[in-house]
Design a protein around this ligand. Structure first.
Ligand SMILES: [Zn+2]
Ligand SMILES: [Zn+2]
Length: 334
């Protein structure tokens, strides 16, 4: 069985505790730079490797079997009582995404993937639950493919009504084309608004603090900014090129999607899909926004509604990743 290396955290000193079959890392920071940023103690299976860095800091890496890693990812992303078909859909995309990264992308140097939202949320075993383990087991080795290649399955919390194209969020080079990441209408996530019964089953405790995931408003104050001008929008309406005009006359163009979200908020805007209302008499702007996340690929809240309405995990996957085929692989890749 294949193992992977997951980078958990880098700190001046790694504070850890070895137990019989597991280890605990203290003060792990999750949601770095996002509005749910916080510290947690986390417990892991597999091995712990501590790597000293040239700048004197240390990096904790967890070496763990791939399918075991996936059970924690699914548990970190979704709650135990969420619909089984959603858990299975999530197991397939988390596995596909991971193997696509291992084979081609290599986002990090010291390890294969990080444990934060930058790659996939991996929070050890404390949130792990039996149904997530079941979903990973029931779909063992299954990946989504397009033209015999494993898909780089992106996903996000809530599309806001329409999913986005890859190139709105990340640079597209000649090697990478994503015909399976089309923009699709998603009437599903809107049905979850105000439905605490649905949201409670799919969002972790700290994600439930975000109630306005489908439509939101954000007040932006910066006395130096005279105008916020969207220059270009992707297929959903997410802005990928934005101009800030300053009072002193100089202009700044920002892109792509994530850079815009970070430029306008210290904790990162929910998404870059917004309309700008100027409230110059008060010296600011109100952004009227939609969705939570980059909007590419599967909409988690929409998929939860689909599952609650009786869709199978295969139907959910082909809805958000059009033209794909589900295949089973065995791990002789490396
Ligand atoms: Zn990462
Ligand atoms: Zn949606």
């Amino acid at each position: 069985m294949r193992t992977i290396r997951v980078g958990i955290l880098t700190a001046p000193h790694i504070d850890y505790e070895l137990r019989e079959k597991t280890f605990v890392l203290h003060n792990v920071r999750i949601g770095i730079g996002f509005h749910w940023d916080r510290l947690e103690d986390q417990e892991f299976e597999g091995q712990l490797e501590i790597i000293p860095n040239p700048d004197g800091t240390e990096t904790a890496v967890n070496i763990i079997e791939l399918e075991q890693y996936l059970t924690s990812v699914i548990s970190s992303e979704m709650r135990a009582d969420c619909p089984m078909e959603l858990l299975k859909a999530h197991a397939v995309i988390a596995r596909s995404w991971l193997i696509a990264q291992l084979n081609e992308v290599h986002p990090h140097d010291l390890y294969d993937v990080c444990a934060d939202d930058h790659c996939q949320r991996y929070e050890g075993i404390r949130r792990r639950n039996d149904r997530a383990v079941q979903a990973v087991h029931d779909t063992e080795g299954q990946v989504l493919t397009y033209n015999h290649k494993i898909c780089d399955c992106r996903y996000h919390k809530c599309c806001g009504g329409k999913t986005e194209l890859f190139e709105t969020c990340w640079p597209l080079d000649d090697k990478t084309a994503y015909p399976y990441l089309q923009s699709v209408d998603c009437p599903y996530c809107a049905k979850a608004v105000g439905r605490k019964d649905i949201l409670r089953t799919i969002l972790n405790d700290y994600d439930q603090e975000t109630a306005d995931f489908h439509d939101w408003q954000y007040a932006y104050y910066n006395k130096d900014v005279q105008a916020i001008v969207p220059l270009h929008r992707g297929a959903s309406g997410r802005i990928d090129r934005l101009k800030l005009v300053y009072q002193d006359g100089h202009e700044e163009v920002i892109g792509k999607e994530l850079a815009i979200r970070k430029a306008l908020s210290d904790t990162c805007l929910y998404s870059s899909w917004f309309e700008v209302e100027s409230t110059l008499e008060k010296g600011g702007f109100i952004l009227h926004g939609h969705g939570w996340g980059h909007g590419v690929g599967l909409c988690q809240i929409g998929a939860a509604v689909m599952a609650a309405e009786g869709a199978s995990y295969q139907q959910i996957l082909t809805y958000y990743y059009q033209g794909t085929t589900l295949l089973e692989i065995n791990y002789i890749l490396s």
